[in-house]
Design a protein around this ligand. Structure first.
Ligand SMILES: Nc1nc2c(ncn2[C@@H]2O[C@H](COP(=O)(O)OP(=O)(O)OP(=O)(O)O)[C@@H](O)[C@H]2O)c(=O)[nH]1
Ligand SMILES: [Mg+2]
Length: 234
């Protein structure tokens, strides 16, 4: 009998109308660095679904919207003990995928691609006024101030480009539906005293399509979320 291949790593690609990004990036994604991969898609109607299927990539269609939903669905479907989440909109450099996984192999519970470390670059760095980057740094500052007791400072608590052990993901019992999912994941990992590492990343520009995360509504949602999370016993 043939021995079943051991699945260590699962690559999850998150899409909601990302045809241009997928076209540009699919050839650069190091699929061979992962034992399993699939796309989690929410209602794309721009050709993303066909594009993915034609390449023989498994696609899981989400029924409820939101990145939070996508992360939980992916974790239920994944067979690997290490999960790495990649969004093909141009912001994330696919070459970081093996680097994130290597850090998990070193024993960390979660590894974040940070846009705010020495050697990193943030999408807004080309501008003088950087509202999104400043808001991101402020949210990270508050999370560390409130909950980080002696762990390494986490410089980018919000970036979605990250890898995590499935066992750690399950322990965090994440409830956020949308873009707050990553922030919640980091806050709860800090509160649980999990081992968190960061690697510097170079954030690229969005390749095509549209951002679904307007800065002001997303920022306000984060503030509201921070308040609720602060009041949650965990
Ligand atoms: N599966 C899934 N993917 C989503 C959902 N919402 C957004 N995405 C994907 O998540 C990634 C990040 O979403 P964006 O809208 O680019 O948000 P952002 O990165 O904060 O904003 P910009 O980079 O400025 O556009 C993209 O690849 C989206 O296609 C969702 O509900 N489900
Ligand atoms: Mg983006």
């Amino acid at each position: 009998m043939r021995k079943k291949k051991h699945i260590e790593t699962t690559l999850v690609i998150l899409t909601r109308n990302e045809i241009e990004g997928m076209r540009a990036l699919v050839g650069r994604i190091p699929f061979e660095a992962c034992d399993e991969h699939f796309v989690v898609d929410f209602e794309s109607d721009d050709g993303t679904v066909d594009f993915v299927r034609k390449r023989g990539i498994r696609i899981i269609r989400q029924e409820k919207p939101g990145r939070g939903e996508a992360f939980r669905l992916a974790s239920r479907e994944a067979q690997g003990k290490f999960l790495v989440f990649f969004s093909p909109d141009g912001n994330e450099d696919p070459a970081d995928i093996p680097k994130l996984l290597d850090k998990l192999r070193e024993g960390y519970d979660m590894v974040i691609a940070s846009r705010f470390l020495p050697g990193s670059r943030n999408e807004e760095d080309r501008f003088l006024v950087r509202p999104r980057a400043w808001a991101n740094r402020a949210f990270s500052f508050v999370a560390n101030l409130l909950w980080n007791r002696g762990g390494e400072y986490v410089s980018d608590t919000i970036n979605g480009y990250r890898a995590i052990r499935k066992s750690a993901f399950d322990k965090l019992q994440l409830t956020a539906q949308g873009y707050a999912i990553e922030y919640q994941m980091t806050i709860r990992a800090i509160r649980k005293g999990m081992r968190i590492a960061e690697i510097p990343t170079i954030e690229g520009q969005r390749i095509g399509g549209e951002s679904k995360a307007g800065s002001i509504p997303t920022g306000l949602r984060f503030l509201w979320f921070l308040l609720r999370e602060g009041l949650t016993r965990f």
